[in-house]
Design a protein. Structure first.
Length: 134
């Protein structure tokens, strides 16, 4: 019995098996992190486009809402949106005033069995209104 326990004939196989498991775990982590980075980049793009639409029209109305819906359909997810501005007569923003858009989306880091790590991605962009309202 002692000779069997002291034998190291299968030691190489165990090292290879452990190395394969570690590599598989790292690849899973990298793929999941990459998908989260893609969502962050998509949020950034979406926020820039929405701010561009809002600053060009000088208001936050149906035009900005239609652009938001187009981007949601294009990218495949619907983030929570929030606008901040000094409004002038309803949804209008006066020339030179700041319009701020914040997009927030919940994501999870899956891929490790039943365990998942939820967290929130948020992007904030701002721009100046380009329309003078009389």
């Amino acid at each position: 019995m002692k000779s069997i326990l002291k034998s190291k004939k299968a030691e190489g196989y165990i090292d290879v098996a452990v190395a394969v498991l570690v590599i598989a775990f790292l690849l899973t982590l990298i793929v999941n992190a990459w998908s989260i980075l893609k969502v962050k980049q998509d949020l950034n793009y979406m926020c820039e486009e929405i701010i561009e639409a809002a600053t060009m029209s000088g208001r936050i109305d149906e035009e900005v809402g239609k652009r938001f819906d187009e981007l949601c359909a294009e990218l495949g997810f619907i983030p929570q949106k929030d606008f901040e501005a000094d409004f002038y007569e309803g949804a209008k923003v006066q020339f030179g005033d700041v319009i701020t858009c914040t997009l927030t989306h919940e994501v999870t880091l899956p891929g490790f069995g039943g365990f998942s790590l939820p967290f929130r991605l948020s992007v904030t962009k701002s721009g100046l209104s380009r329309v003078y309202w009389k």
